[in-house]
Design a protein around this ligand. Structure first.
Ligand SMILES: Nc1ncnc2c1ncn2[C@@H]1O[C@H](COP(=O)(O)OP(=O)(O)OP(=O)(O)O)[C@@H](O)[C@H]1O
Length: 307
């Protein structure tokens, strides 16, 4: 999809310190319409702090935030942005329909429109069949989808989601990813995450926070390269004969692939398309060489190892 070039958010020179420690240093960036932007960084990098400043829950020491063309004063809350915390809390004795209706009312939607509006959001997050169940019976994934519906009320131009997929199982993560891909036609999304495969699957751009400094990756190609750097290809020859394993090692050495060997396991960092093609090529000929590893896996590095 071609991204619309007009930014929905422009942050300029955001700086924030806590007790003399600078967590965000002079950060400037923008978020385009119809885009999904990942915010990544290790624990304590300042992701939540930055998101809270953008939404207006926290005052920056300096800098400005402009939402959809309107510059927000430093300490005012912002309309036009929805916010989903990492662990959303609901009135669990309510049904999801009742809860969203209450939120819609509090946000000033006219009574006559609340029912149809809530149904529209429930459809977007695939909860229409559970709308009359009490929230306390919801799974973690359903609660997360309810949280997304809540922050879509009022059709904000941007939603900001703190670790929206971290606590979910793979199916829950897929469901949330599908929802994000559907709603980005109308709403840009800034999401923080520790999960690099989610970044690769979802994000058009990535903001990296490290030591208070912000850098941004702005093309899909670069996002893919960045995400590849976060992966390790692990080839496990446990149970295989030593000469077969040594032969494999010789082949990858000749191909100048950098690797780490731990007894019968190989770990290959900094994956590229070329390396993946080379490894596939080797195993296409595996039959002739009787080279059958026990497993070949692509795994995500721990976020702290990556940064
Ligand atoms: N209200 C506060 N008072 C003092 N220090 C704070 C406050 N809020 C955050 N910090 C500090 O600022 C730094 C950044 O915290 P923040 O929660 O923004 O990081 P994060 O990237 O969201 O981390 P995580 O991935 O663990 O959620 C941390 O060192 C944290 O201890």
């Amino acid at each position: 999809m071609k991204l619309h070039e007009e930014p929905v958010l422009i942050a300029n020179g955001i700086t924030k310190s806590f007790k003399g420690k600078c967590v965000i240093k002079n950060a400037s960036f923008s978020i385009k319409k119809n885009s999904i932007v990942g915010l990544v960084g290790k624990n304590g990098a300042g992701k939540t702090t930055l998101m809270r400043i953008l939404i207006g829950f926290l005052k920056a020491d300096s800098g400005s935030v402009c939402i959809d063309g309107v510059v927000r004063k430093n300490n005012t809350k912002t309309s036009g942005i929805g916010y989903l915390t990492d662990v959303p809390v609901f009135y669990e004795y309510m049904t999801c329909f009742e809860y969203l209706s209450m939120c819609a009312g509090l946000l000033g939607i006219e009574n006559s429109r609340i029912g149809s509006e809530v149904d529209r959001f429930l459809k977007l997050v695939n909860l229409e069949n559970s709308k009359d169940k009490k929230i306390k019976g919801y799974s973690r994934g359903m609660k997360q989808r309810l949280g997304i519906a809540q922050c879509l009320i009022g059709d904000p131009k941007l939603i900001i989601c703190d670790e929206p997929m971290s606590a979910l199982d793979p199916i829950g993560r897929e469901e949330v990813a599908d929802i994000f891909n559907n709603i980005k036609q109308d709403t840009s999304i800034l999401l923080s995450t520790h999960i690099m495969s989610d970044v690769e699957k979802l994000c058009d751009e990535v903001i990296i926070l490290k030591d208070g400094n912000l850098t941004k990756i702005e093309s899909l190609d670069e996002v893919e390269k960045f995400s590849n750097k976060s992966k390790i290809l692990e080839i496990d020859f446990t149970g295989c004969k030593k000469d077969i394993i040594d032969n494999f090692e010789l082949i990858i050495k000749n191909k100048k692939i950098t690797y780490e060997r731990i007894y019968k396991k190989f770990r290959i960092n900094n994956l590229s398309d070329q390396i993946i093609a080379d490894i596939c090529g080797i195993f296409c000929n595996a039959n002739a060489m009787l080279m059958f590893p026990r497993s070949i896996n692509i795994i995500d590095k721990e976020i702290d190892e990556f940064f």
